[in-house]
Design a protein around this ligand. Structure first.
Ligand code: GAR
Length: 230
């Protein structure tokens, strides 16, 4: 379904994207909304860093931005409370963490559980946390990729929705791998997952990702991408 197929007058999903950095995933989401592939309105972009280049991408697209610098808060709970209050005011149906480099408290996650997705640069459950590309090279992994998952209180541990993988080229360094993950996987799978969620085709039910009425036993793959997302 795209804009042309949507029911006239039907409310569109309200999307908020939370970033810390360059905003390439944000740019992919904005492009997909513009092209009518995601039936959602991007109502706000929030960053925990004032110098995140992604803020300029949002501003150029006319999306309101808010900066909540984590360094202004005494602890994690205080920052998360401020972020939660900002998000609440946006009334989001979908919260997309896109290169958001903060560990979230359980209370925060519980409030937005089922509405919050993350994209992580590895084939989860392999290589949770930071520096995933270096970890892949160190381990000599044959394959690498990225995963979109529902956010749960376990770091990078929530139910996976879709995963894209490729064979690790023999001579890639960390930087090349990072670019490859972004270009060949993340910029495709994240807009697709958000599009499914905006259409009501993807939910979290009792801790299980459900796609078109069926529990996902395995994450979807690049082969499941719809035409416009390939
Ligand atoms: C992406 O590769 C994303 O998966 C990763 O940071 C990059 C952000 O790029 N996120 C994480 O590592 C989260 N733990 P972007 O800001 O250009 O979208």
């Amino acid at each position: 379904m795209n804009d042309a197929d949507s029911i006239p007058g039907a409310p569109r999903a309200r999307l908020v994207v939370v970033i810390s950095g360059r905003g390439r995933n944000l740019a992919a989401l904005i492009a997909a909304i513009r092209e009518g592939r995601i039936a959602a309105d991007l109502v706000a972009v929030i960053s925990n860093r004032a110098d995140a280049p992604g803020l300029a991408i949002a501003a150029a697209a006319g999306v309101p931005t808010t900066v909540i610098p984590h360094v202004d808060f005494p602890d994690r709970a205080a920052f998360d409370a401020a972020l939660a209050s900002c998000l609440r005011a946006c009334r989001p149906d979908i919260v997309a963490l896109a290169g958001f480099m903060r560990i979230l408290t359980e209370g925060f996650v519980r409030e937005f559980e089922g509405r919050m997705l993350n994209v992580h640069p590895s084939l989860l459950p392999r290589h949770k946390g930071l520096n995933t590309h270096a970890a892949v090279l160190r381990a000599g992994d044959a394959e690498h990729g990225a995963t979109v998952h529902f956010v749960s209180p376990q770091l990078d541990g929530g139910p996976a929705v879709i995963q894209g993988r490729f064979i690790v080229p023999a001579h890639d360094d960390v930087q090349q791998l990072a670019e490859r993950v972004m270009d060949t996987v993340e910029r495709k799978i994240y807009p697709q997952a958000v599009a499914w969620m905006a259409r009501g085709e993807l939910q979290l039910e009792q801790g299980v990702a459900v796609f078109r009425g069926r529990p996902l036993r395995e994450p979807l793959t690049l082969d499941d991408l719809e035409e416009g997302f390939r």
